[in-house]
Ligand binder design. Structure first.
Ligand SMILES: [Zn+2]
Length: 183
């Protein structure tokens, strides 16, 4: 579930395709607006996308604007359940598990909103050696902890009395508080 700048596979070869463009104003509306417009997305996929976007809105986060494709095989995701390609501004989903879509959307949100300084500080505060150096295992990369953190907080109502949850919530606040900071 990492990120990669390497893959440039042709878009035309992939079947179901949706371009999800979310106007920034959607996040300011009180009720979630439809976020996916596609004739090629199945009803269930469109529903998954809408539900995931609503989870971000529920926590006050602007839903990510990104191209999303669903696949019934993992090759399109480099063997992972999901895959984010920042340069192409797209995510590929190769799993039916709901957290996979939310996790990849979290990667997009981070790419869109978290400054370089905050990324560095986030890795440091969590004693991680790197933000996103792929020479390190994914568990040692700050960007993976950050995506996991956002995924957990938007999908669950965490009981703050548990120390592990307090840590997740503190990390979530650290990542999201800097929304208006200059990059
Ligand atoms: Zn990931």
């Amino acid at each position: 579930m990492g990120t990669s700048l390497k893959c440039q596979q042709g878009l035309n070869t992939w079947g179901r395709f949706v371009f999800v463009l979310i106007a920034s104003l959607i996040a300011l509306q009180s009720a979630p607006a439809p976020t996916a417009a596609s004739t090629r997305l199945s009803d269930s996929e469109a529903q998954q996308v809408d539900e995931a976007m609503r989870l971000f809105q529920r926590r006050g986060l602007q839903p990510p604007a990104v191209t999303i494709e669903f696949h019934d095989h993992t090759e399109a995701c480099q063997g992972h359940p999901g895959y984010f390609r920042p340069r192409l501004d797209r995510i590929d989903i190769c799993s039916d598990l709901p957290f996979v879509l939310v996790h990849e959307l979290a990667h997009v949100w981070i790419e869109e909103h978290v400054s370089v300084a905050t990324r560095r500080a986030f890795a440091t505060r969590n004693d991680l050696p790197t933000w996103n150096d792929h020479d390190y295992d994914w568990k040692e990369r700050g960007v993976e902890l950050a995506a996991f953190t956002i995924q957990q907080v938007v999908m669950r109502d965490l009981d703050p009395r548990r120390p592990r949850n307090r840590e997740l919530l503190a990390n979530f606040n650290f990542l999201t508080r800097a929304l208006s900071s200059p990059f």
